[in-house]
Design a protein around this ligand. Structure first.
Ligand SMILES: *Cc1c(COP(=O)(O)O)cnc(C)c1O
Length: 431
């Protein structure tokens, strides 16, 4: 048994890519045998309270009876059929729900297979839109520094150029226009000078810009920063003024995480194109969606191709749609808003760390808690400490952060918070 375990871990290390780790000296990967509710169980016996919701996605916890049942039922009917020329109830129900719950004006839904693909789809929609309007110079994208939009090529081209190591792919990748990072934090007071540079960039580049793409309010993987809603409002106005489409990437922020159902609601705006993913299926299966306005859809359909040029094999996968329908129903039934309010209130306790010499900043928004450290942490070492404290938290760089499943109890949340407060002062967690 022990020999088999060692063999498996060795095989994993030698042959299987894990995200963003070396293939010659990989970070450890712990083997999971079971996950239920907010607990992840390792084969070594530890039962960990999950602070990550498996990267924003598992909002109702693991192994949820309602989502399980919806998927069982769908498996017994059919797990997949092609979406070309065929349709089905789970997709119809899901798209109805998405149109109803998202910001106003987004009436057409493209079901994609992952967040990155939904961003590719959004970008292609924007470019095909201007092509159909015979404005073929409008092919570039503008965004802000510090963003993250996925790992495929077009998505990568609008990620932060330094974090995203754009120099590795030079010559192959689209050349975006980068505005400074939104400078004013969520709870600071607004100052119009914060958009001067942005205004200049719009004025200089609008004739070549197809779209402006941004993560509303929360810059996620690019630094876990929360910026001022007025910034997003001004972006919307500039897009209108200069005839540039606005793509909101709500793949991380969608479905309640920031305290609003969609982060765009903090600024009371609707984008022209919206990307959703991650929590869409409650973290059960990969599925994403790109929504757009009727005007965009009709313009694309009036163009040279007459159709939108994308159609993945697993488009609208019924099993994924059935998980999404169950997950969205649970959001409502569980009163996501009070779940998030209660998490937000408890996470404020992280502020105790603000005065620690190794801590740069502590910030909380909705169901997201971030401790930014002065120096980068050593991921392997700090992770081992967290496991000893019975929690699953995976920091990167200078960011120790949590975004737990919405169903986490107050006691379990205290376990997460205490683990962070106890582990940060440790001397041997630093890179
Ligand atoms: C995770 C993420 C993506 C990419 O989604 P994948 O499903 O990993 O391809 C894109 N944009 C944002 C804001 C994300 O957080």
């Amino acid at each position: 048994m022990i020999k088999k375990h060692t063999d498996d871990i060795q095989f994993d290390q030698q042959h299987i890519w894990h995200p963003y780790t070396s293939m010659t000296t990989p970070l450890p990967a712990y083997k999971v045998v079971k996950a239920k509710g907010v607990h992840i169980e390792l084969d070594s016996g530890e039962k960990l309270v999950d602070g990550m919701a498996s990267w924003w996605s598992v909002v109702h916890g693991y192994n949820h009876p309602v989502i399980n049942q919806a998927m069982h039922q769908q498996i017994d009917d059919f797990s997949h059929v092609m979406f070309g020329g065929l349709t089905h109830q789970p997709a119809i129900d899901l798209c109805r729900r998405l149109i109803k719950m998202t910001p106003e004006g987004l009436d057409k839904v493209f079901l994609a297979d992952s967040g990155s693909v939904s961003v590719e789809v959004a970008i292609k929609m924007a470019i095909q839109y201007w092509h159909s309007k015979k404005q073929q110079k409008k092919t570039r994208l503008m965004t802000v520094l510090g963003g993250y939009h996925g790992d495929t090529f077009a998505a990568m081209s609008v990620c932060d150029p330094v974090n995203g190591m754009h120099q590795l792919f030079q010559g192959f990748m689209a050349n975006g226009v980068f505005a400074p990072r939104p400078g004013i934090n969520f709870d600071e007071s607004w100052d119009d000078s914060a958009v001067t540079e942005l205004q200049n960039l719009f004025a200089a580049h609008h004739q070549e810009l197809a779209a402006f793409i941004i993560e509303p309010i929360v810059q996620g993987a690019g630094g876990m920063r929360f910026y001022h809603p007025e910034y997003l409002k001004q972006v919307r106005e500039l897009c209108d003024q200069y005839n540039v489409l606005l793509i909101a990437d709500e793949i991380a922020t969608g479905f309640g995480r920031t305290g609003k159902l969609f982060a765009c609601e903090h600024a009371n705006i609707s984008p022209d194109i919206l990307c959703l993913g991650k929590a869409l299926t409650g973290g059960y299966l990969t599925l994403a969606a790109t929504l757009c306005t009727t005007e965009i859809a009709e313009t694309i359909s009036s163009g040279e191709a007459g159709v939108f040029m994308h159609g993945p094999t697993f488009m609208g996968n019924p099993l994924a749609c059935s998980a999404a329908n169950a997950s969205l129903a649970l959001l409502e039934q569980n009163h996501w808003q009070s779940q998030i309010e209660s998490i937000e209130t408890s996470l404020q306790a992280l502020a105790d760390l603000q005065s620690h010499p190794q801590v740069e900043n502590v910030r909380v928004l909705g169901g997201i808690g971030v401790v930014e450290t002065v120096r980068p942490v050593n991921t392997a070492k700090i992770q081992a400490h967290f496991i000893k404290h019975g929690v699953w938290i995976r920091p990167f760089g200078k960011l120790v952060y949590v975004m737990p499943p919405y169903v986490i109890s107050n006691d379990e949340l205290q376990t997460l918070i205490e683990a962070i407060i106890n582990v940060i002062p440790n001397e041997d967690i630093w890179g």
